[in-house]
Structures are given as structure tokens and as C-alpha cells.
Design a protein around this ligand. Structure first.
Ligand code: HEC
Length: 285
């Protein structure tokens, strides 16, 4: 047998072998109980960890790691409140991030009669600082003054033409913490949810505009406004007094013929004494 024939023979054998191998592979879609052949396994087979599995890697042998403290499960799928079916989950998820009913709702459970138990005072985790009160003033002037007036008397531009007299924030019931209307939590609740009487929305809610911290800031300013009425001029720091007295004189002069006894000019809030919003309503414009 010469060399050529020998080579041809082995080539034939290899070809036959390959053909057999391909044949044994079967065609795509054919069923087989045998594990598939892997000509290029790449990274098909890797060690992996399964839920509930065991590993010597960790001391406690758990493959599943425990959630670190204070971590909130947040899911992988973005659920938005726009999807009707997803709404409860979206709300629940937001709720998961909120620890502290007092801070987020202004309540501490419910009363025996089922009504919300509003917290008396701004929760201690909200630090009441001059900056917070300032923030409250800015927000109050933007969102509340149109109806309630810059001074909280209920005589804002819109408030004046309301079909009934708006509440006056100096009414003792908004200060008396033995009544729900006097509790900080209730003022907070009103800001976030508005007022609904017998199913009718009387005051619109401002939760879309004021987050919890901003709402508490408005509560702080609300209290500052109330306080400002009971501070005698003698308690105002010397440095501020002259400017205040001047503003009061100007305001009294601008107020047209009031009752015989000159009404005690509304003391400007203790905050920035020369702030334009502290001028009594109706002066100008
Ligand atoms: C569009 C007008 C309007 C705006 C703006 C408005 N309110 Fe009111 N508010 C009302 C009306 C009307 C009532 C009275 C509701 C009722 O009891 O009928 C009211 C009542 C209240 C009360 C008393 C609730 C009670 O139960 O006695 C508080 C406190 C209050 N508002 C705070 C605020 C604060 C703070 C803001 C700003 C975030 C604000 N309001 C913005 C219209 C408004």
C-alpha cells in the first residue's frame, strides 16, 4: 500500500468519524435525556449559590445572607402608584421607609373612640431652630396666606371672599392642647390633608407641596405667629424695638379711621421684625 492511499484512507476514517459524531448529536429540537454535548463550554458550568443552600465559606454555612440592620427591602421592579394594581405596593413601600408615625402623620395611634390621637407637640426628632421657623414662614406665606392672611387672621385675599369666615388662628381653640384643634399634630394633619367636613373638601391638602419636614416647619411658624401676639413690646430686644415701634406707628397711620379707641396695633411676629410680611394686612396694594 503506498503512502497516498494510506493518507486517503485515514482522511476517510476521520470524515466518517466526524459524520458519526454529528449524527449522534441529533438535530436541534430533538428530544434527548442525555446531557447536551458541549463543544465550547465557555462559562456554561460554574459553581453557583442557590437559595437555602449551604456553603463552607461562611461561618454559619448559610448561602443566603441576612439583611444588615436597618435595611429596607425595596424590590427590583419599579412599581409606581400610577398602576392601579401596583398602588398598594407603592404605598406600602413608601411606608417602609417611614419609621415614626408621629413624624409622618402627626399621630400616636388612635383614641378609644377611634379618632386619631394627634401629638401635642412637634416630635423631638424635628429640631425647631430659627432656620426651621424661617422655612415655615416662607412656606406659610406661599401656601397659606392667600386664604388665612399673612397674619393668620383668616383675612387673606381669597379668605376674605370665602363663603364663610375662615378660622382665626388666634382663636384659643388653636392653642389649647387639651382640644385636638390645639395640638401640633392636628395642625400638621390639616396642612398635609386639608379639612374635609361631611365628605366635602373645605380646605385643600398641601401634601403635594409640603413634605413632612416643611409641614412641621409651617407648624413651628404657626406657633410663632400665635406667640407673637402675646409678647409685650418690652420683651422685644432693644435692638429691634425702635424699628418695630416705627413700623407700628406707620401701620396705625395707614389704618383708616378705626374705632374710637385705637385698636391695639397687631404686634409684628417676633421673627425678623422688619420683614415685609409682618406688616398688617391691607396696608397698600
Ligand atoms: C384655598 C384656601 C385655603 C388655603 C390656601 C389654606 N387653607 Fe386652611 N382653611 C381653609 C378653610 C376654608 C378652612 C376652614 C375649614 C372648615 O372647617 O370648614 C381652613 C381651616 C384651617 C385650619 C383650622 C382647621 C380646623 O379644624 O379648625 C387650620 C389650622 C388651617 N386651615 C391651616 C392652614 C395652613 C397651615 C395652610 C397652609 C399650608 C392653609 N390652611 C391653607 C382654607 C385654606
Amino acid at each position: 500500500m503506498n503512502k497516498h492511499i494510506k493518507t486517503a484512507g485515514s482522511t476517510l476514517a476521520i470524515a466518517a468519524g466526524l459524520f458519526a459524531a454529528l449524527g449522534a448529536q441529533g438535530c436541534r429540537g430533538d428530544r434527548s435525556d442525555k446531557p447536551p454535548r458541549q463543544f465550547f463550554p465557555d462559562m456554561d458550568d460554574q459553581p453557583r449559590w442557590k437559595p437555602q443552600g449551604e456553603t463552607p465559606f461562611y461561618a454559619n454555612k448559610r448561602m443566603m445572607r441576612e439583611t444588615p440592620a436597618n435595611v429596607v427591602a425595596f424590590g427590583r421592579v419599579g412599581i409606581t402608584g400610577d398602576q392601579t394594581w401596583g398602588k398598594p405596593w407603592a404605598e406600602q413601600r413608601v411606608g417602609l421607609l417611614r419609621d415614626g408615625e408621629a413624624v409622618y402623620l402627626g399621630t400616636a395611634g388612635v383614641n378609644p373612640d377611634g379618632t386619631p390621637k394627634y401629638v401635642d407637640r412637634i416630635p423631638s426628632s424635628i429640631e425647631v431652630t430659627p432656620d426651621l421657623i424661617k422655612l415655615g414662614q416662607i412656606k406659610f406665606n406661599i401656601y397659606c396666606s392667600v386664604c388665612h392672611g399673612f397674619d393668620g387672621s383668616g383675612k387673606g385675599m381669597v379668605g376674605q371672599s370665602w363663603s364663610y369666615a375662615l378660622p382665626n388662628f388666634f382663636d384659643p381653640k388653636y392653642k389649647d392642647a387639651t382640644q385636638y384643634t390645639g395640638k401640633d399634630g392636628y395642625i400638621f394633619h390639616t396642612i398635609r390633608n386639608g379639612v374635609t367636613t361631611n365628605g366635602e373638601q373645605k380646605m385643600p391638602p398641601y401634601a403635594h407641596a409640603l413634605n413632612e419636614k416643611q409641614a412641621w416647619a409651617v407648624v413651628a411658624y404657626f406657633r410663632t405667629l400665635q406667640e407673637s401676639r402675646s409678647v409685650p413690646l418690652s420683651e422685644v430686644p432693644e435692638s429691634e424695638r425702635a424699628a418695630l415701634e416705627k413700623a407700628l406707628r406707620a401701620a396705625a397711620a395707614a389704618t383708616p379711621a378705626a374705632p374710637a379707641t385705637p385698636a391695639p396695633a397687631p404686634a409684628a411676629p417676633a421673627l425678623p421684625a422688619n420683614h415685609p410680611t409682618n406688616q398688617p394686612q391691607g396696608g397698600g396694594k
